[in-house]
Design a protein around this ligand. Structure first.
Ligand code: ADP
Length: 402
């Protein structure tokens, strides 16, 4: 029996999301999450899939730390006959947010790699520490199988210097590793490849603009399967309007808030990352609420929606210019996959760029990859559900079985 299962772990500061996949047929055996780790009201939701074990289970009660969280997950999996001590487990794949310039591909984690991921914490203080904790706990649990890091930044490592560098003093930039790294790379990689497949082409044959619109949002320009630009930068703050992040703004806004508003760097950081975007403009970060309120004529929600769409259009235009020829514009993630009004508004008026929507196809709700432009359109518009867990499992499995 060859081991073909991969456990995918996405560890956040107070949460762990997981999926167990069988790479023999790319099926999902179980999925779940632990949230509010470290609080009294921690919650574990576990769902065995593909006919395995019992039904969906939920438990609340204190889970002290990531170690306890992963042990609780292991117990749930064991109860379904999917124990992590199984010889069928081939690897654990870890989502790691920041790989800096050092990590451009999935990497088997040893002590040295772990130290390097830790050294990248200053670039991703909100994310890498939790990723490191998840790796440490999983290594402890199964020291005998490979632990693989799959980096959110890796797919963007091909972005040329002229798109990656900020136009600032070169010595200062080098000293502090200031450049554009980009994020959501696992999703952009998966979706751009799936979009090529939807068009019946190889990734090398097509140029694609991917719009990953979740609570965080980013755009990328992918030429022949290779990423050449993306909207997030040194951190996930740059680019599109997001649920709670501002995206692009004049950096002088920060000086102004500090000098005139008397705000500290931490206060401004929190303002721009957590209290801006849709939430900041209208009080709701969930696009469903924004759409509902805008539909009722709520002025703040309408303006927030218009601002979100305006930014999206600017990136579609910019990446059309970057790519020269565009074969497809692809929507993905929570908003991109589900919000037909966002897709409609984003491409409205862009006929000159070859973008036309089939309104009926756009209105269909589906979990499948699909075209939402007429067959005659010069540029295909598509919806492709992202699957970061499958992509992480695939990359990890390929690495350890090669
Ligand atoms: P995350 O960035 O947290 O991974 P997701 O990709 O899951 O986010 O997207 C979550 C967001 O998707 C929610 O905040 C919500 O705004 C949006 N969303 C989900 N379903 C819908 C829907 N039917 N219509 C509009 N927006 C939706």
């Amino acid at each position: 029996m060859t081991a073909s299962r991969v456990l995918v772990l996405n560890s956040g500061s107070s949460s762990v999301k997981y999926q167990l996949l069988d790479m023999a047929d790319r099926s999902r055996l179980a999925a779940g999450l632990v949230e509010r780790i470290g609080e009294e009201t921690s919650r574990l939701v576990h769902e065995p899939l593909a006919g395995a074990g019992g039904g969906r289970r939920e438990q609340t009660g204190p889970i002290a730390d990531h170690d306890a969280a992963l042990k609780a997950v292991a117990a749930e999996l064991a109860a379904d006959g999917l124990g992590l001590d199984s010889p069928e487990l081939a690897a654990v794949g870890h989502r790691v947010v920041h790989g800096g310039t050092r990590f451009t591909r999935p990497t088997v984690i040893d002590d040295e790699v772990l130290a390097e991921i830790r050294a990248l914490v200053p670039l991703a203080p909100l994310h890498n520490p939790a990723n490191v904790t998840g790796i440490e706990v999983a290594r402890h649990l199964r020291a005998d199988i490979p632990q693989v890091a799959v980096f959110d930044t890796a797919f963007h490592s091909t972005i040329p210097d002229h798109a990656a560098q900020y136009a600032i003093d070169a010595a200062t930039a080098a000293r502090y590793s200031v450049r554009r790294y980009g994020f959501h790379g696992t999703s952009h990689a998966y979706v751009s490849r799936a979009a090529a497949a939807l068009l019946g082409k190889a990734p090398e044959e097509v140029n694609v603009i991917v719009l990953h619109l979740g609570n965080g949002a980013s755009a990328s320009a992918v030429r022949g399967g290779v990423c050449v630009d993306t909207s997030m930068g040194l951190t996930p703050l740059e680019g599109l309007v997001m649920g709670t992040r501002s995206g692009d703004l004049d950096p002088a806004v920060i000086f102004h808030l500090a000098r005139v508003g008397g705000m500290s760097v931490d206060e401004i950081d929190s303002l721009l990352n957590k209290k801006s975007g849709l939430l900041g403009m209208c009080g709701d970060n969930d696009m469903r609420e924004v759409l509902r309120r805008a539909g009722e004529g709520d002025e703040a929600a309408r303006t927030a929606f218009a601002t979100y769409i305006h930014r999206l259009k600017k990136y579609i235009g910019a990446y059309t210019a970057v790519l020269g020829r565009v074969d497809a514009v692809v929507f993905t993630a929570g908003v991109g996959e589900n919000a037909a009004p966002v897709r409609e508004a984003a491409v409205a008026g862009l006929e000159e760029l070859g973008l036309v929507l089939d309104r009926e196809a756009n209105a269909v709700r589906s979990g499948e990859a699909r075209l939402i432009s007429p067959a005659s359109a010069r540029v295909a518009v598509a919806v492709v559900p992202t699957d970061e867990e499958l992509e992480i499992a695939t990359q990890a499995y390929e690495l350890v079985t090669r």
